[in-house]
Design a protein around this ligand. Structure first.
Ligand code: NAD
Ligand code: IPM
Ligand code: MN
Length: 361
């Protein structure tokens, strides 16, 4: 199989972990006889430095023509005084919006080797397997520029959704729940927000088309609490943009680190952008200690979801699990009696575990 993959390393640890994903993909290409052609482009702060804007035209064009996109992370203190519309994060929001990537899938699954590495009690997290489906191109993040203002004394951000934007993400959630445990939790703030009331009404209407799916509505504040007191309760969660952003970072404490979680941002035709859920981690950038596994698992997610390469994706996941079972971990994980390794060492361990397969098979 021949695929054109756009790589957008971005800023901070994004650049370090992208190297890891690329190396893993190269090994997979050799082992399984694929050709992955990488096209690297600038986004975020790196693009502001080189082109004066966080999403240059050529990056967007290349991404539109790619078979899939891998993204590291954007942002950092260097660009803190940029006007809001030209911050690194705007590059990320614009590429999601321009490509119509309205559905962000964020799986959170406990890795057996890491059950004791969670700051939560082992019996609480064990067996957790959650998929957060986050609406990605609407809501507060995309308030109309004409309505956004700050005159020094008053400030306005607007939260608006079109009905079709809610319908398509909720449809995606029911479809996805059907492939999982058929338990859908819709998270909103319907006791306060008009948008949540429409959201709830659409969820209830859609549920008639999916009688096998059990549906519950949970208010976002209670959901935040329940997510870490009883994570095993959840199967598929669907929610709007900002709630999904916050709940997914919170959920990363279940497996033990933000550095472990991959994500896919997709639209109806399956075209996707794959990225870890964490940011550019300025506090550890350049030290070579970032956890590359969220990024590597995002590459596996891409192989499965955009290219249908299940065996290859399974291989990567197996190699990652093996490295963790062997007790290796980066500094973000508290592993009992484990061996602390760097970003590069963790990547090599995963690569070695992949290569072991070709020798033994
Ligand atoms: P962050 O996710 O970058 O970091 C939060 C904490 O988690 C930090 O202590 C960091 O060291 C740690 N961490 C994150 N990823 C890690 C990894 N792979 N390995 C080890 N530790 C890891 O969030 P932040 O500090 O609030 O934001 C920093 C910058 O990143 C901001 O500019 C923000 O806008 C941006 N950001 C970008 C994305 C993205 O590009 N998708 C996502 C979130 C935040
Ligand atoms: C994420 C990030 C982004 C978001 C920021 C950087 C705009 O936090 O991908 O989770 O809020 O969507
Ligand atoms: Mn986030």
């Amino acid at each position: 199989m021949k695929k054109q993959i756009v790589l957008l390393p971005g800023d901070g640890i994004g650049r370090e972990i992208m190297e890891s994903a690329k190396e893993v993909l190269q090994v997979i290409a050799e082992e399984f006889d694929h050709t992955f052609i990488f096209h690297e482009h600038a986004i975020g702060g790196a693009a502001i430095d080189a082109y004066g804007e966080p999403l240059p035209e050529e990056t967007l064009k290349a991404s539109e023509h790619a078979d899939a996109i891998l993204l590291g992370a954007v942002g950092g203190p260097k660009w803190d005084d940029q006007p809001v519309h030209n911050r690194p994060e705007q590059g990320l929001l614009k590429i999601r919006k321009s490509l119509g990537l309205f559905a962000n899938l964020r799986p959170i699954k406990i890795i057996p080797a890491l059950t004791h590495a969670s700051p939560l009690k082992e019996d609480i997290v064990s067996g957790s397997d959650i998929l957060i489906i986050r609406e990605l191109t609407g809501g507060l993040y995309f308030g109309k520029p004409s309505e956004r203002r700050n005159n020094g004394n008053s400030v306005v951000d607007t939260l608006s959704y079109e009905r079709y934007e809610m319908e398509r993400i909720i449809e995606k959630a029911f479809e996805t729940a059907m492939t999982r445990q058929k338990h859908l939790t819709s998270v909103d703030k319907a006791n306060v927000l008009e948008s949540s009331r429409m959201w709830r009404e659409i969820v209830d209407m859609k549920s008639n088309e999916y009688p096998e799916v059990t549906v519950e509505h949970v208010l976002v504040d209670a959901a935040a609490m329940k997510l870490i007191t009883n994570p095993a309760h959840f199967d598929t969660i669907v929610t709007e943009n900002l709630f999904g952003d916050i709940l997914s970072d919170e959920a990363s404490v279940i497996p033990g680190s933000l550095g472990l979680l991959p994500s896919a941002s997709v639209r109806e035709d399956g075209v996707g952008l794959y990225e870890p859920i964490h940011g550019s981690a300025p506090d550890i950038a350049g030290k070579g200690i970032a956890n590359p596994l969220g990024m590597i698992l995002s590459a596996a997610f891409m192989l499965r979801n955009s290219f249908g390469l299940d065996a290859e994706a399974n291989e990567i996941e197996r190699a990652v699990n093996e490295a963790l079972e062997q007790g290796y971990h980066t500094a973000d994980l508290q592993v009992k009696d484990g061996t602390l390794v760097s970003t590069k060492e963790m990547t090599e361990l995963v690569v070695e575990n992949l290569s072991t397969r070709s020798i033994s098979d």
